[in-house]
Design a protein around this ligand. Structure first.
Ligand SMILES: CC(C)(COP(=O)(O)OP(=O)(O)OC[C@H]1O[C@@H](n2cnc3c(N)ncnc32)[C@H](O)[C@@H]1OP(=O)(O)O)[C@@H](O)C(=O)NCCC(=O)NCCS
Length: 209
């Protein structure tokens, strides 16, 4: 049963300028995260293509967010392969001291023939649980539809409850299990849950290709 949010963009939804310019392209103008039904909706954000010069900041977040982070080489290889990689930058709120844009999160994807594979989505620990991952998935759905993709795919560690909750609530469905897919500490492995989301269905139902 889909207990996802009603805001999953519907087929035919207009591709907003901020999403159509997601990758590649220059940083987009700041816009309010008007769709996020959380206090974070007050923060103005922008999507910026990830570059190699951003990898110190990105990898800093990665190592704080994951017990098993990607290496810098993972990011570098993804950028060199030309995979879409984007950072969500947020403006400081009035009560925050810093004026500079802060890195809220990022995602890396890999386009296929009629699908987009989500390789990494991460929100900085101090910005989690404010709706940003959902906001980035909305943007990814819109962008992927713009690429004529019909499916979004991903793998997630079986034990990663926050991420599995996020994807299930968003409308992703489990379509497989890869046994012992991820390294998990000293000579141990963890299964990967394979999930997909149909992009031509507003509720994400029927997610079996
Ligand atoms: C998983 C992750 C991306 C979620 O980011 P987030 O911005 O905190 O998620 P959101 O605020 O958009 O949450 C959306 C929904 O996801 C689920 N969720 C998110 N974090 C959760 C948690 N810690 N526990 C349970 N459910 C959670 C909830 O259903 C939540 O909706 P709710 O807040 O209305 O209950 C973030 O925890 C993260 O970066 N984790 C480390 C990296 C990672 O595991 N990435 C996924 C790899 S496959």
């Amino acid at each position: 049963m889909n207990s996802g949010w009603s805001t999953l963009p519907a087929p035919g939804d207009a591709l907003p300028a901020w999403a159509s310019g997601l990758w590649p392209g220059p940083a987009l103008p700041l816009r309010p995260a008007a769709d996020a039904a959380t206090p974070a909706a007050q923060r103005r954000v922008t999507f910026t293509p990830m570059k190699e010069t951003d990898l110190d900041a990105v990898h800093g977040v990665e190592t704080r967010a994951y017990a098993h982070p990607w290496s810098r080489k993972h990011f570098k290889d993804s950028l060199q392969a030309g995979y879409p990689a984007v950072m969500l930058m947020g403006e400081a709120l009035p009560h925050e001291r810093e004026q500079a844009l802060r890195l809220l999160g990022y995602l890396v994807a890999m386009p296929g023939v009629d699908e987009v594979h989500l390789l990494n989505i991460t929100i900085a620990p101090e910005h989690q649980r404010q709706g940003w991952a959902r906001f980035m998935l909305d943007a990814l759905v819109l962008w992927s539809r713009g690429q004529n993709a019909q499916w979004l795919w991903l793998e997630v560690r079986q034990g990663n409850t926050p991420a599995r909750q996020l994807y299930e609530r968003y409308g992703f469905r489990q379509v497989g299990l890869r046994k012992a897919y991820y390294p998990n500490g000293h000579f141990q492995r963890e299964d990967a849950v394979v999930m997909s989301l149909r992009l031509d269905n507003p509720a994400g139902e029927g997610s079996t290709p």
